[in-house]
Design a protein around this ligand. Structure first.
Ligand code: NAG
Ligand code: NAG
Ligand code: NAG
Ligand code: NAG
Ligand code: NAG
Ligand code: NAG
Ligand code: NAG
Ligand code: NAG
Ligand code: NAG
Length: 629
């Protein structure tokens, strides 16, 4: 039986391959959607519209009628799908064709010097019977194409796939460009056009104008092509009620049908030549699929047609809310006007750009950092008005542009730029250990303050070396509270943050707590210690590489440490002990279990102990190696 099934799938492979070579020219955008890699919005969080289904293209094809298996397919947790999809019980089974929003991390990927396409890079492990085509079509439901899979996996031979091979499937996606961001487009949702769709029906599903879809995709989109639906917020998906008797195709039914295929195949083998068998197999198989489809269709006949709530709300409301929200801190901060900011930044010219959407500007002879934001500035403003600490970048004032409801936050300007640049870009000037330890203590103090001394507690959520700024004395300040959250132990549907710094429990289930900042702080410590980036060129996270460094006896610890740490420390006068005790702290911070991580209070204490030790020794001028405790 096994062998016959395998024959069947390889016959598919062959036939499909023949079909596609022919039809290739009819399919537009088959290799992907081009993007420009130097756009500022290089990476974004977005969503794909996905319909739950029970594909049947191979023996033991995964049943995609529950969130866990769809989550596996897209490397996200159930909660990350259930929250945006208006599903209240993530563990209950889904209905055939139930609509879902699956989160994607979309980025622009340069494949060769002249070709960049944007996609979410998903790893898929091949199972017997899979082909690029079948997986793209029936598991990822045409959110990618086999042509694009071939381009992204140039070293994988599509006809020689073996079970266990890991293949990257590029799920088509797009990030909004500057213009779109200004027009309040938060997401370009990836949507595969269905035979029953037209652009106006899709537009009304998402509660937007047809023209805005045409602006992004043109008016020539074909069925089964991915289009990008620009929305300000996701529409609420209708939660379909579970039809009682109509659980799709019981296991019994599946068995008999599969038996039928096998019998058919056996007869075919006996009578005809191999080629004929392939064709017969193909015909029978597709007949079965069709039958199943029809059955399911009639089962769901009474099921309502999808209807989406209108998602697009007026932006006027938002502006009013914003003013109301910030009005209680109006007296605490300077209120700038937009003309002032335009003059200060040369009308927000490239020359004044520091990074992202932050500009440097002179106002009345003072230098400021000016951050341009969408209406969501409010959150940051609310948090910043609560905090005031020497290790946090100070907010000086703000400005609201009444015309487009843009918000601008004006901060103190920090001369020496980001820690990230100092560690990973300025190769001629390396920071010594003393400076790095001082920076670590500063950041820890800032975090301790927001975790312990604000009510409700604030979680920064995006601690990383590029959000640590250094002033003229190389003292560190934490910047960018754009993602910060007040309130703890919440669960969020909106996973945002930076690869390599995000705590596993946050990535998996969206758990927000102060311990996620502790994790990210641990990664920054590892960067300070090793001089390595949080994610290496191969995409491996730094924190996964430190597990065993401090295991074993003293001698092997020191040996491993010397191999791993930044080479500049070999010439530094610092003590191995100080380096190792900080490494120990860092390893504790990046513990997978959040409850095992120390609190910022413990960390500040431990770092200062190490700090004292080091400064005592070095200021006495005693060789620290000799004077080890
Ligand atoms: C998609 O294909 C159409 C027709 O071939 C082309 O005009 C359009 O520019 C393509 N879009 C992208 C984003 O590559
Ligand atoms: C972006 O890259 C294109 C070519 O890939 C180049 O022509 C253009 O000048 C670049 N733009 C910026 C702002 O660097
Ligand atoms: C880049 O890749 C695309 C798609 O594979 C190909 O069509 C194009 O010829 C390549 N260009 C260069 C310069 O290699
Ligand atoms: C996709 O991810 C894999 C590993 O996760 C990586 O090896 C590969 O280079 C990535 N591909 C692109 C184009 O980013
Ligand atoms: C994907 O597109 C192909 C045509 O390219 C179509 O035959 C197939 O039914 C589509 N898959 C789904 C699940 O809609
Ligand atoms: C789009 O489809 C809807 C029904 O799904 C139909 O009422 C409408 O006339 C169609 N519009 C166009 C332009 O074909
Ligand atoms: C952004 O995308 C839209 C739609 O594709 C396009 O019309 C517009 O020119 C783009 N803007 C920039 C700045 O690239
Ligand atoms: C599609 O666009 C072309 C040119 O942009 C226009 O001539 C044509 O009438 C449009 N078709 C529809 C159905 O709107
Ligand atoms: C989900 O959708 C249903 C039906 O459209 C709606 O009544 C309900 O309010 C939604 N639930 C949530 C949690 O948004």
């Amino acid at each position: 039986m096994r062998i016959k099934l395998r024959y069947l799938s390889s016959s598919f492979l062959l036939l499909f391959f023949l079909c596609y070579v022919q039809s290739q020219e009819f399919l537009p955008n088959t290799t992907g959607y081009t993007c420009s890699p130097n756009q500022t919005t290089n990476q974004c969080q977005t969503y794909a519209f996905y319909r739950a289904s029970a594909p049947n293209y191979r023996a033991s094809a995964p049943n995609l009628l529950d969130l866990a298996s769809i989550g596996d397919l897209f490397s996200v947790s159930r909660l990350m799908i259930s929250n945006p999809s208006n599903i209240s019980s993530p563990s209950s089974p889904l209905i055939q064709d139930q609509p879902l929003f699956v989160p994607l991390t979309c980025s622009c990927n340069t494949l060769n010097t002249s070709y960049s396409i944007s996609f979410a890079n998903l790893s898929y492990t091949i199972v017997q019977g899979d082909t690029f085509y079948l997986v793209s079509t029936y598991l990822y439901l045409n959110l990618t194409t086999y042509q694009s899979v071939m381009i992204v996996n140039p070293t994988v031979v599509p006809t020689e796939l073996e079970a266990g091979d890991v293949v990257q499937f590029p799920i088509f996606c797009k990030c909004p460009n500057e213009t779109q961001l200004q027009n309040q487009v938060s997401y370009l949702v990836s949507y595969v056009l269905q035979p029953s769709d037209n652009l106006s029906s899709v537009a009304s599903m998402f509660g937007i104008e047809t023209q805005s879809i045409i602006d992004v995709n043109g008016n020539n989109s074909q069925t089964f092509e991915t289009i990008f639906v620009p929305v300000t917020r996701l529409p609420q998906l209708p939660q379909l009620t579970q039809p009682d008797a109509a659980t799709p195709a019981s296991p019994e039914a599946g068995k008999t049908e599969r038996k039928g295929v096998n019998t058919g195949l056996a007869i075919g083998l006996a009578i005809c030549g191999v080629l004929l068998v392939l064709v017969t197999g193909m015909l029978i198989y597709s007949e079965v699929i069709l039958k199943k489809r029809r059955k399911r269709k009639s089962d769901d006949a009474e099921k309502q047609k999808l209807q989406f709530d209108k998602g697009g709300k007026g932006f006027k409301n938002m502006e009013v809310n914003l003013m109301a929200d910030v009005s209680d801190c109006l007296d605490k901060y300077k209120l700038f006007n937009i003309e002032e900011l335009r003059a200060a930044t040369n009308d927000f010219s490239e020359d004044c750009l520091i990074q992202g959407s932050v500009y440097k500007g002179f106002i009345n002879g003072e230098v400021y950092a000016i951050k341009m934001m969408k209406w969501n500035a409010c959150e940051e403003l609310k948090i910043l008005q609560k905090v005031n600490h020497g290790n946090l970048v100070r907010l000086e004032g703000f400005c609201i542009d009444p015309e487009d409801a843009n918000c601008y936050l004006i901060y103190e300007y920090i001369e020496n730029g980001s820690l990230h640049a100092w560690l990973h870009e300025n190769n001629n000037k390396k920071l010594n250990w003393k400076t790095r330890l001082r920076i670590a203590v500063d950041v820890a103090n800032g975090l301790q303050y927001i975790h312990e001394h604000t009510r409700p507690r604030v979680v920064h959520k995006d601690i990383k070396s590029s959000n640590v700024l250094l002033d003229s004395n190389m003292r560190a300040k934490i910047a960018n509270f754009g993602l910060a959250k007040s309130g703890c132990n919440a669960i969020t549907m909106h996973i945002v943050g930076t690869q390599g710094y995000m705590a596993p429990e946050y990535l998996a289930d969206g758990v927000v707590s102060t311990k996620m900042d502790v994790f990210s702080f641990g990664v920054v410590l590892l960067e300070l210690l090793s001089g390595k980036e949080a994610v290496d060129d191969e995409g491996r996270a730094l924190w996964t590489s430190v597990g065993g460094i401090l295991e074993g006896n003293e001698e092997s610890k020191v040996k491993r440490m010397k191999e791993w740490m930044d080479v500049v420390f070999l010439q530094d006068t610092c003590s191995m002990e100080s380096l190792m005790s900080v490494t120990d702290i860092a390893i504790a911070c990046v513990h997978r279990d959040p409850s095992k991580r120390p609190s910022m209070v413990d960390i500040v204490y431990a770092l200062c102990k190490s700090d004292d030790l080091f400064f005592d020794i070095s200021e006495d001028g005693i060789d620290p190696q000799v004077n080890a405790r």
